[in-house]
Design a protein around this ligand. Sequence first.
Ligand SMILES: [Zn+2]
Ligand SMILES: [Zn+2]
Length: 368
Amino acid sequence: MAKQSKAVVCRELNKPVVVEEVTIASPKRNEVMIKMKACGVCHSDYSATNGTIPMPPPLVLGHEAAGVIEEVGEGVTDVQVGDTVVVSWIPMCGKCRYCASGRPQLCDVAAKATFTLPDGTSRITDKSGNTLNHFAGVSVMSEYATVHQDNVIKIESDIPSTAAALVGCAVMTGVGAALNTAKVEPGATVVVFGAGGIGLNVIQGCAVAGAEKIIAVDMEDKKLEFARNFGATHTINPGTDGDAVAKAIELTGGGADYAFECIGLPATITQSYNAIAKGGTAVVVGVSKLTDNVTLGTFLMPFQEKVLTGSMYGSARPRVDFPRLLNLYRGNRLKLDELVTATYSIDDAPRAFEDMLSGVNARGVIVF
Ligand SMILES: [Zn+2]
Ligand SMILES: [Zn+2]
């Protein structure tokens, strides 16, 4: 049955988000409706409101959530009404060349359905009957959401919903970049540029992997304090400590084994590449602007065998990785509750976005 639902909407680019009442349609074939419990406020939601991530408004935001299945459409076999689920913002069709070869984070179906469900249509209408788009193919910053069953992963119901929600984006993206994309080895040295929600998770992923030195770089001391709590062994504030690359090279005795860029700026992507040692790996996690470019010196490339790679969604294989990350949390090896530094009602969503931009939170979460 269709539901009335308060939702966080981007109506116009470069304007604050608004909370409005929308109608969520019943699930069609292979779709499910979720009653949301918690939804994290991620920097990517903000990036959709200013055009950095190009998606056409009006958009219902949200892509990092946990909830309970409210209704299932025809043909749904993966979950039942009452199941607790975490939302994955890639649908993993299971059939394309990437899914078939074990890299569902690169799924072709997901790449096509960025602001609709996989069939190219929306399940959200406003009071005037106009259609709203689904941010990241899900739109879960809403009391209810209808998504494809390939976008939900069943989890055990006793996990706090705030912690579970974060596994759907920040934790998967950050910890996954360390464990899946880079495969950080025990005893490695690491430098992490940017200690926001993603950077903190890269840091704790590197700690789980047994990295010896984890150097966090950020312009804000508050974030560096968070970084130390999540496993950073050293911190650099380029504003007061000087050049981050020179410091990182000094601290690692010639360059780090791995660098992670978690901001999305050409300058720090270049610094990540320059901060790694010969044979090292630099991983770009941050999303930069469509028009951004970097320039790298090419002469030394053959001599240094450095690797520069992107990391999409922490190279997630959600069906394997979500339960794995939650088990690491159960075993006290991942800090998820500590990431949640503030919770908000959905009516307070505009303030949650302001707080994210001012950097006061590790992660703000909307609780329903
Ligand atoms: Zn996100
Ligand atoms: Zn696929």
